[in-house]
Design a protein around this ligand. Sequence first.
Ligand SMILES: Nc1ncnc2c1ncn2[C@@H]1O[C@H](COP(=O)(O)OP(=O)(O)OP(=O)(O)O)[C@@H](O)[C@H]1O
Ligand SMILES: [Mg+2]
Length: 426
Amino acid sequence: MTEETKDEQFTEKYKLDPNSELRFEVESNATVLLELSEGMGEIFGSELAKNKTYTFPPGSKVAIFTWHGCSIRMKGKTEVAYVSKETPMVMYVNSHAALEQMRQKAEDDCSRGPRVLVVGPTDVGKSTLCRMLANYAVRLGRSPILTDLDVGQGHVGIPGTIGAFVVERPADVEEGFSQNAPLVFHYGHYSPADNLTLYNMLVTRLADVINLRCEQSNKINVSGVVINTGGWVRGGGYEALKQAAGAFEVDAVFVLDQERLYNELKRDMPEFVKILLLPKSGGVVERAQATRTEYRDNKVREYFYGVRNNLYPHTFDVKFSDVKIYKIGAPPLPESCLPLGMKAQDNKTKLVPLLPSTGLLHHVLSISSASLPTPDQNIIEANVLGFIVVTGIDMDKGSFKVLSPAPHPLPNTVLLVMDIQFMDIK
Ligand SMILES: Nc1ncnc2c1ncn2[C@@H]1O[C@H](COP(=O)(O)OP(=O)(O)OP(=O)(O)O)[C@@H](O)[C@H]1O
Ligand SMILES: [Mg+2]
């Protein structure tokens, strides 16, 4: 296609001055096509290639930022599209530069690179900042570990899990980071509040495994860890953030938008932890509860069908007798009913074997990497190999039907039930 025909097809054109960004939101039933025709621009830290067409699905909320100016052409229906000159990008890139200095120092001293926890209330751009920090690091040749402790709106694995992966190349503009062999742990619920004891235990476990990974590679160790968190910052949520900071032995906490949280952390964190307050971008879009639910369902769908609907999951029967199904956490019992020496807390991390029942229908199950026989604790703390969904149950035949990314047989026989359900409607 010639430049002229492209200009005819792409009806919207924007010329961005240095240090400005084009923000847009795709309509719920539309897609937007976009090209960079001149200059240089980036989306959340990933550079755009010139004259390449990028496609954004319904509901996407995007910002194209330019340091030196650029021209963009676009077509498709947007809810809003505007250029803003007010962005916190200089501060964000300065916080990246501070981390990079710590990496250089770590390289010189043969020590550990920076570990940063990104915190703040909901909808302040935490996930976006983590993506930028990882992108900027990898563009300088680093390989940081991106960790997601957000069990609701996280980006590693599916909702109901926490996880991490090594970032080896910048995020794809359309599809995000390619997650090569992510490390994922089963939690099972959408909010840390559902089982805070288990949540904190798994965060500590994830930090331990990441430490081991860092010991194996100097490059990863020097590059450090960027940790995303959920938006629950009061009460138990705040305690969980402090616990995570301790478990990962973070060097810095970046607080987005909330002075109160910043001051609480200043008060409670050890002296050597740098606490930095960063403004939120005016572009960050608040998401309604329905949008959050949709995001979570979509994450599960993407796991099975791919971001572009380009994966073909398998369906097969599994005999009840071939697997062991567990749930983590027993219903609370009054202290007086607990066995001697057992605390109510222990109940929260108890492994409970489940008998097959129709109650499992539509539930997502994590396939544990633990091999039997093994103590219960090892099953709780084992990483997961993947996920399946129960799409049918035949009590007479003693089997259930599953949706699985890989063909029969399952890679392991230990399955953990999530609260999370998925209806496989195509
Ligand atoms: N500068 C920007 N312009 C336009 N949209 C943006 C900008 N920054 C972020 N967004 C969009 O705003 C939405 C919310 O941002 P993000 O997910 O980073 O917030 P969060 O603090 O992680 O939210 P949560 O508390 O739900 O985890 C995302 O859809 C993101 O793509
Ligand atoms: Mg987030």
